[in-house]
Ligand binder design. Structure first.
Ligand SMILES: Nc1ncnc2c1ncn2[C@@H]1O[C@H](COP(=O)(O)OP(=O)(O)O)[C@@H](O)[C@H]1O
Ligand SMILES: [Mg+2]
Length: 246
């Protein structure tokens, strides 16, 4: 009898040069959108010093978290939780004693991520911003990179540095997601961004109050406000990403 071949999960990192651009919101909504499209996804909080991923999905304190796994206290499988929507996540610790004087162990994190490859179809890591050791830890552990940026020159300038570093580590840049876009005269036009960064723009996510409302509801906007424009944009982004990864 032929044995069914299990394909290892693809690991996608959501990174940015600047903070506050919408990485965590994008991780939550991309994971939820991919899940709605039938994919088995685990979202991992790679922002070890300020982990907020689980807060977005209403799971602030869990019995076992990523920090416990990194300390060797628990197995990775013990820190995977299922949101009622079916989206899986691996939360970090939000307790001060776990975060104070935190050691960033790149190899240990990469081992945890590799362990998850047999536990889902897609792993999405929410990164810390910039080029800190924490952000590099996520870049090193992934296969593919998605750059999140807002439509302004600071964000472009930081994104270019992150792209360079990620390429130096031999990672595939799958493209850019422009978030919090108002599409008015006070920000860069999408065409300008296309001219400044030589990577495909995978999606444009508008600035939308539905996002802030979804955060208050502790759920992805694709669940809380499925008819909003921003929810449609995230669902389309997920479709596009399924076409460009693997
Ligand atoms: N598309 C959006 N529309 C409106 N507000 C947004 C949007 N995306 C993000 N935000 C706001 O920006 C804040 C920062 O987003 P977050 O995903 O936490 O950024 P990062 O993870 O890059 O630091 C969120 O708390 C939310 O209030
Ligand atoms: Mg974040």
């Amino acid at each position: 009898m032929k044995r069914k071949k299990i394909k290892a999960a693809r690991v996608i990192a959501i990174v940015s040069g600047k903070g506050g651009v919408g990485k965590t919101v994008t991780t939550v909504n991309l994971a939820a959108s991919l899940n709605l499209q039938g994919k088995d996804v685990i979202a991992v909080d790679g922002n070890l010093s300020t982990p907020h991923l689980a807060l977005h999905l209403g799971a602030p304190i869990v019995p076992v978290n990523l920090h416990d796994v990194l300390r060797g206290k628990n197995e990775p499988a013990e820190a995977i939780y299922e949101h009622h929507s079916g989206t899986k996540l691996m939360p970090g610790s939000i307790v001060l004693k776990d975060l104070y004087n935190l050691k960033i162990e790149h190899e240990e994190f990469a081992r945890v991520i590799d362990d998850l490859r047999t536990k889902a179809e897609i792993i999405i890591i929410d990164s810390a911003p910039g080029l800190t050791s924490e952000a590099i830890m996520t870049i090193k552990a992934c296969d593919d990179i998605i750059i999140v940026m807002t439509p302004n020159l600071f964000s472009v300038s930081e994104a270019l540095k992150t792209i360079k570093i990620a390429k130096n580590f031999g990672k595939n840049i799958k493209g850019i997601v422009v978030t919090r876009a108002r599409l008015d005269d006070n920000e860069l036009k999408i065409e300008n961004i296309r001219n400044l960064i030589d990577e495909p723009i995978l999606g444009v996510i508008q600035e939308d109050d539905a996002i802030r409302a979804s955060i208050m509801e502790k759920d992805a906007v694709v669940h809380s406000h499925p008819e909003s424009q921003v929810a449609h944009s995230y669902m389309n982004l997920a479709k596009r990403i399924l076409r460009v990864v693997r």
